[in-house]
Write a protein that binds this ligand. Structure first.
Ligand SMILES: Nc1ncnc2c1ncn2[C@@H]1O[C@H](COP(=O)(O)OP(=O)(O)OP(=O)(O)O)[C@@H](O)[C@H]1O
Ligand SMILES: Nc1ccn([C@H]2C[C@H](O)[C@@H](COP(=O)(O)O)O2)c(=O)n1
Ligand SMILES: [Mg+2]
Length: 242
């Protein structure tokens, strides 16, 4: 083996270990992973312009914890495509599709829309995107969501961000959001908080067990929180917008 390849291989291996501390890849498996996820992602044109497997970050947190706000900033700074599951569902309501009325009722009740519907909206958005880096905001919200994503999209997240915010602060933020959302009222927020504890938090625990969760204290100004998020994404990117 040439020195340059030994050097590159060890550099990329340590980079990979920093990003995936739980990784057990080694030898051939590691080289394969590195080729498909790191090298192909930097190619700009032709058949290599899209990574074989996209880079996926799930972004979790309670209602009003600031997921959407931070995703906008990450997308701007690091060239990710921001896919909000809630926004995709709201668009589906507006498009008068066959599931629109059911989705509206479910959102009003603060419940979770059947996974197949949400996952297919996400899948379509990934497939029609030219990008290979995605922030999937507000998903998965349940074990059923997670399993459906693995089955239908056939992928797992590379990282999971979890915005940890006290309940009182989340309620305050939702009630002053003022974007005309049907679920931004105290009755629905209470229901969404229950769903957050019973269905969403177990997902965070599941990915914690896999060493994928980056927990961010979501109290502070938007910019202060982004400064905690930035280093995670800087580690994935050479120059901020690869
Ligand atoms: N760090 C912050 N400090 C104060 N207000 C914030 C902060 N981050 C976001 N907000 C505001 O709180 C409200 C909720 O934020 P955002 O929509 O980003 O939350 P979310 O986690 O996406 O919520 P949801 O799950 O309900 O979509 C918005 O009005 C936003 O401007
Ligand atoms: N995975 C998801 C994401 C969202 N929904 C529904 C239920 C949520 O209360 C609503 C709003 O989502 P948000 O904009 O707060 O992320 O959308 C769902 O059923 N499944
Ligand atoms: Mg949101």
């Amino acid at each position: 083996m040439r020195w340059s390849s030994i050097f590159l291989s060890s550099l990329s291996r340590s980079f990979h270990r920093r990003l995936h501390p739980q990784s057990t890849l080694n030898g051939f498996e590691f080289a394969q992973h590195f080729f498909t996820t790191e090298i192909l992602s930097s190619a700009k044109e032709g058949v290599l312009s899209k990574r074989m497997s996209p880079f996926i970050a799930f972004v979790l947190g309670g209602p009003g914890s600031g997921k959407g706000t931070q995703c906008t900033k990450i997308a701007d700074a690091f060239g990710f495509t921001h896919l909000s599951a809630g926004d995709l569902l709201r668009k589906e309501i507006l498009s008068n599709g066959e599931n629109g009325a059911m989705i509206l009722d479910t959102i009003k009740e603060g419940k979770i829309v059947p996974s197949e519907i949400t996952v297919n909206l996400i899948r379509r958005a990934i497939e029609t995107s030219e990008n290979h880096k995605f922030l999937i905001d507000g998903f998965p919200r349940s074990d059923e969501n997670r399993i459906a994503f693995e089955r239908i999209v056939g992928a797992e997240p590379d990282i999971v961000l979890f915005f940890d915010c006290p309940e009182e602060e989340m309620v305050k933020r939702v009630l002053s959001r003022n974007q005309g959302r049907i679920d931004d009222n105290i009755e629905t927020v209470k229901k969404r908080l229950k769903v957050f504890h019973t269905l969403n938090l177990p997902i965070v625990n599941y990915y914690s067990g896999k060493g994928k969760v980056h927990k961010i204290n979501a109290v502070g100004t938007v910019d202060e929180i982004f400064e905690k998020v930035r280093p995670l994404f800087a580690a994935f990117s050479n120059n901020g917008k690869d």
